[in-house]
Ligand binder design. Structure first.
Ligand SMILES: [Zn+2]
Length: 292
């Protein structure tokens, strides 16, 4: 039997490990809180966990999804809002001591690949995957292939501009980005409560919470329309924690997306909710290794 792949989703607060076989079955998975966020200890802890897991579960390779913007040619991390100590690091050197083959990829790209492999993307050749979480990430699949741009930094959809009032700061340092409206951090900043609590309120039909999700949907729809006009892709698939509130923002998102798109691209425009949940990134990282 072919040995599985150790797939790791490295997030801002947790590490998620899984053994995944070549058909996409998750054989075992575990979640660990970060033991430390000091740079050297972080890598020491990660190395240790990887080596232990590989020995215990006889994995043949390691595939990692990371929340970073990286120059793929050089391996240098440009930005890592959720793990800022990675900025400026040569990430390839950091993993050079691993004793099995390994790959790493931006986490939103991994989620898009996971969706292409095992989700809605099985039936759709070209789509854009949006991760709605603390920030807004994106992965673009064109004709069944991940589009990465010249140096692996394509599809930063969270930072397309949808507001020009200079009133809504974004984590990137600019104003008016999609992320400043359609992320859990943006909602929390605006309301003072977590997006999870906001979701619970919406479930109880709280008018304020429903209005906030409606407004968020409009902004999301505007961003989606810009990408739709540019690429004329078939579908936008939404994942990440905040996508759980899909029923509350979908109606205004699809209305605005169709309204703001050119008539042609608008006609077949679809917005779907990912069905892979939290596993999309880990599955996509494994797939990234398999299609090397
Ligand atoms: Zn931004």
């Amino acid at each position: 039997m072919t040995k599985p792949i150790l797939s790791i989703d490295i997030g801002g607060t947790h590490l998620r490990f899984a053994s995944i076989d070549d058909s996409g079955h998750i054989l075992k998975k575990e979640t660990y809180a970060h033991a430390t966020l000091s740079r050297d200890d972080f890598f020491k802890d990660l190395d240790q966990k990887i080596n232990q897991w590989i020995s215990a579960h006889t994995c043949r390779a390691v595939a990692m999804a990371l929340p970073i913007v990286m120059d793929e040619k050089m391996g240098v991390v440009y930005d890592a809002p959720n793990l800022p100590f990675l900025r400026g690091q040569n990430i390839y050197q950091r993993f050079s001591s691993l004793k099995v083959p390994w790959v790493l990829e931006n986490d939103a790209n991994c989620a898009a690949l996971g969706e292409a492999w095992l989700g809605h993307g099985k039936e759709i050749d070209s789509f854009c995957f949006l991760t709605l979480g603390t920030g807004v990430g994106g992965g673009l699949i064109l004709n069944r292939k991940l589009w990465k741009g010249v140096r692996g930094m394509a599809c930063e959809i969270g930072h397309i501009k949808i507001d020009f009032s200079n009133q809504f700061p974004c984590s990137c340092g600019d104003y008016g980005c999609l992320e400043a409206f359609a992320s859990s951090s943006a909602l929390q900043k605006r309301t003072g409560i977590t997006s999870k609590d906001l979701y619970e309120k919406a479930k109880k039909e709280d008018p304020e919470a429903l209005a906030l999700f409606k407004e968020m949907g409009k902004k999301l729809g505007r961003g989606i329309a810009s990408v739709s006009n540019l690429l004329n892709i078939e579908c936008f698939i939404l994942g990440g924690r905040l996508s759980g509130a899909f029923p509350y923002f979908y109606p205004s998102a699809i209305d605005m997306a169709k309204h703001s798109s050119m008539k042609g691209p608008a006609e077949h425009l679809e917005i779907l909710q990912s069905q892979l949940g939290d596993d999309a990134g880990m599955l996509g990282a494994a797939y990234r290794y398999l299609i090397l």
